[in-house]
Write a protein that binds this ligand. Structure first.
Ligand SMILES: Cc1ncc(COP(=O)(O)O)c(C=O)c1O
Length: 416
């Protein structure tokens, strides 16, 4: 029995810190100007873990990216390139900021955004790129950074699905101008259901992200834990609070307490998922009609999920046919991948702000994109046949999944 297997029975014990920190917040209570300090501690720990100067907490991995766009000065008339295959927030935030999302196609093997296609989509209006570390694995960030330097673009890494991933020896999140993380409940670490973080080495971005996150308060700075206006300033009736547009994306202390406890054992939580991914890899090894997401050399995958492409045409198999059999053999229902974002009704039918903004906006001088089938052919071909297997299982449940997958593969192999 491996150390990892032996440790499984200790899983609840390892959550002691969560209980302890939450209790500390409850004991401290809620006050307008002071807190138990977990937001500050979480931000400091995050910055330390990544070796960056600034970490700014947020209540989601969506609000994070919205705040980053705001900090980067993106707005009406600007285009932002995003992958076609991602959770929709990557593109929704561009609309939130009244800019135009331009979708780039994916690489057929890594399923990540394809730098060559990014190049094809650049126009004089392109201001930023949001590359996603899809399923827990960094895209080709060197190639993306080269494009950014050539065209003077801001890079906002969407690392919602990737905690402590590696790219060419560097931590994913430290390569772009800013990086965004999510603590939503399915992620490597959670803030008790929701939460997020932005990291950056740029003080001005950090200050503006903080202000966008906390109502544009005039006195906020990049400093960790700086989420409220000091009382002595706030009490002054002459105090003009808001010198910039901002939202209330503050992370509650309770969420920060849970997220801090989880971050303190972040490596362990990530390696847990990597171990489960390894088990899936062993089961599908030799099956030529199930192809796992390709991991390029020198890239450390964190396996938010283990994603497999069903070569349906080779096996005369359907996505639903495979899934039904897997469930019949005792597997948990498997997730499919998100519909290409631009084919979601909200994009297809441009259900954005009134009067056509931001796509048909007088400030936008580019060619309005048409969000329709055919825009990103590789994504459209691959997406319907992806399986996103969960990796956040304990050993016993993981073994059940492996058993079901082994039987399902054997069943369909036996049919030919
Ligand atoms: C790639 C990606 N980006 C952004 C988000 C949004 O994060 P949140 O749910 O915390 O808003 C998620 C997941 O939820 C995601 O998977």
């Amino acid at each position: 029995m491996s150390e990892w297997q032996a440790n499984v029975s200790g899983i609840d014990k390892r959550r002691e810190k969560e209980y302890q920190y939450v209790r500390e917040v409850l004991d401290f209570g809620w006050h307008n100007s002071s807190s138990a300090g977990f937001t500050r501690r979480l931000e400091e720990k995050f910055a330390e873990t990544f070796g960056v100067k600034y970490a700014i907490s947020n209540n989601s991995g969506t609000g994070t990216m919205h705040a980053c766009l705001m900090a980067a000065g993106i707005g009406p008339g600007d285009e932002v390139i995003v992958p076609a295959l991602t959770m929709a927030s990557t593109a929704l935030v561009v609309i939130h900021q009244n800019a135009v999302p331009i979708f780039a196609d994916i690489d057929g093997e890594t399923f990540n955004i394809d730098p060559a296609d990014i190049r094809r989509r650049i126009t004089p209006y392109t201001k930023a790129i949001i590359p996603v570390a899809l399923y827990g694995m960094a895209p080709d960030l060197d190639a993306i950074m080269d494009i950014a330097r050539e065209h003077n673009l801001v890079i906002i890494e969407d690392d919602a699905e990737c905690l402590l991933g590696r790219y060419q020896g560097r931590l994913v999140g430290t390569i772009g101008d800013m990086a965004s993380f999510s603590f939503q409940s399915s992620k490597h670490i959670t803030g008790g259901g929701e939460g997020g973080m932005v990291i950056t080495d740029n003080e001005e971005y950090a200050r503006l992200v903080r202000k966008a996150t906390v109502l544009g308060y005039a006195t906020l700075t990049a400093q960790a834990g700086r989420t409220v206006v000091p009382r002595e300033i706030r009490q002054d009736p002459q105090f003009e609070r808001h010198d910039m547009l901002g939202w209330n994306y503050r992370l509650p202390e309770l969420s920060a307490a849970v997220a801090l406890a989880q971050l303190e054992r972040g490596e362990e939580l990530v390696s847990w998922r990597q171990n489960v991914a390894q088990m899936y890899a062993q089961v599908i090894d030799g099956c030529d009609w199930l192809v796992a997401q390709k991991v390029p050399p020198d890239v450390g995958h964190t396996y938010w999920c283990y994603t497999v492409l069903l070569k349906a045409e080779e096996k005369e198999l359907t996505w639903h046919g495979f899934r039904d059999k897997y469930v019949e053999f005792g597997g948990d229902p498997i997730y499919g991948a998100w519909v290409p974002v631009y084919l979601e009704p909200v994009f297809r039918e441009e259900r954005f702000y009134g009067r056509g903004c931001p796509i048909h906006c007088p400030l936008y001088k580019g060619t309005p994109p048409v969000y329709e089938r055919g825009l990103c052919p590789i994504t459209e071909k691959i997406q319907p046949n992806l399986f996103q297997f969960r990796t956040n299982y304990d050993m016993e449940r993981a073994s059940h999944q492996m058993d079901a997958l082994t039987k399902t593969i054997a069943y369909f192999n036996g049919k030919t």
